[in-house]
Design a protein. Structure first.
Length: 416
């Protein structure tokens, strides 16, 4: 009932706004003011659409999913183009146009039908009040009361029908378009998948560190003890494996160790070396899965990364907010890959790494004084890095003229 009563003034205001915007935009289309006026009108239509979406949810109980926010690229022309090509603003204008007749019908149903019912039911009384004197009873007097009751009973059904029409109109025009809804569903699914993958990688890293690595360390200790025991057998005066009795100690003193002992010691030494190599590789693998430094965030991880870089790196940090774990891993590995490529291919003597996390965006910039000429796609390094960033809505830009300097910038959202 409240939505129907408010429908007429809101419908009139919205309809007048939409008609004025379209009419004035058409008149001004041949002048320099045309496009700016249409851009402003579409932005206003978007906001009015948000108001109507709130009213539909509050008064009709229909929750309409809000469309994605308007893109805000850099540059006035780019922003104007984003508004003009935004389907949400145009659909909101169409909604305001169609909302006018529905609002008028809703107001007439909510207010006009009850008043009509009261008039019909009291028709004999109203006629006699307006026309004093004797008046015979006719068929209008008899049919007035049933007609008034019928109209009064019809009003709720008409209101329910108009409410369903308003809900359907809001769902069709005030929510995201089908493609935007699909994109949002895919983004949510991707964020869930990335979070689950990160959790599983963390669990794998803990299992390798606390389980497999600990067992390998224990094996290395056992092999070391076995090597010490074989060393005692090799020592002069020790019991030879071929000794028949304790009395043979004096004869075996100073004798060279038997071939079996030497062979066993060689095998133990080889097993110890292989175990140490396996432990080193496992530690490198666990650091690649999840660097321990990232537990404290990028503010702690990046200084350690630049400190071990092959060339001197100046670090500049402006991390006002902490990104999610998935984004932190992407930024960290991006920085590690860029510093590795810098040392291998650029011939740089110095470099500078800048990381900023402000207003929901993370920007990583690596600049070096090398020979330049880096291009995405020329090798697998930068191309793979661009694909990895694209998986989290990030972009990679490379500015590397021949002779340098090279500036590589990675920009991505702080949250998915």
């Amino acid at each position: 009932m409240a939505f129907a009563v408010l429908g007429l003034p809101l419908g009139v205001l919205g309809g007048v706004y939409a008609v004025a915007a379209l009419y004035a935009g058409a008149l001004l289309s041949l002048t320099v003011l045309g496009l700016p006026f249409v851009v402003a009108a579409l932005v206003g239509a978007r906001r009015l659409g948000g108001l109507h979406r709130w009213l539909v949810g509050r008064l009709l109980g229909e929750r309409v999913t809000a469309p994605p926010p308007l893109a805000r690229p850099s540059g006035v022309l780019a922003r104007g183009r984003a508004v003009l090509t935004d389907p949400v603003g145009w659909r909101a204008l169409v909604y305001l146009l169609l909302r006018l007749p529905l609002g008028a019908l809703g107001f007439l149903t909510a207010v006009g039908l009850p008043l009509s019912a009261v008039w019909l039911a009291g028709f004999p009384l109203w006629v006699r009040l307006l026309e004093p004197g004797p008046r015979p009873v006719d068929w209008l007097d008899v049919a007035g009361v049933p007609a008034g009751l019928a109209v009064l009973a019809l009003a709720p059904a008409v209101l329910r029908g108009l409410s369903r029409a308003n809900r359907a109109l809001a769902r069709a025009l005030l929510g995201p378009v089908r493609s935007q809804q699909r994109v949002r569903e895919l983004e949510l699914a991707r964020a869930t998948l990335l979070a689950e993958s990160t959790d599983r990688l963390r669990q794998l890293e803990r299992d390798l560190h606390d389980g497999t690595q600990a067992q390998l360390v224990a094996l290395a200790i056992t092999l070391s003890l076995a090597d010490d025991a074989l060393g005692e057998l090799d020592a002069p005066g020790s019991d030879s494996p071929g000794s028949d009795s304790p009395g043979s100690d004096s004869a075996a003193a100073g004798a060279a160790p038997g071939p079996e002992v030497r062979r066993l010691r060689t095998l133990v030494d080889r097993a110890r070396g292989q175990t140490d190599d396996t432990i080193t590789g496992l530690r490198r693998l666990t650091r690649g899965i999840h660097p321990v430094a990232l537990d404290g965030g990028l503010a702690e991880a990046l200084p350690g990364l630049t400190a071990t870089a092959p060339v001197p790196v100046t670090l500049r940090l402006d991390l006002r907010e902490r990104p999610t774990e998935v984004i932190e891993r992407a930024v960290y590995f991006c920085a590690a890959e860029l510093l590795t490529n810098l040392a291998k291919h650029s011939g740089a003597r110095t470099a500078e790494l800048t990381a900023r996390a402000v207003d929901g965006r993370v920007r990583l910039t690596v600049r070096d004084d090398g020979r330049g000429g880096a291009v995405i796609g020329a090798g697998t390094g930068l191309a793979g890095l661009a694909e990895r960033l694209a998986a989290v809505d990030g972009v990679l830009r490379v500015d590397s003229p021949p002779g340098g300097p090279t500036v590589v910038t990675a920009e991505l959202p702080s949250r998915l």
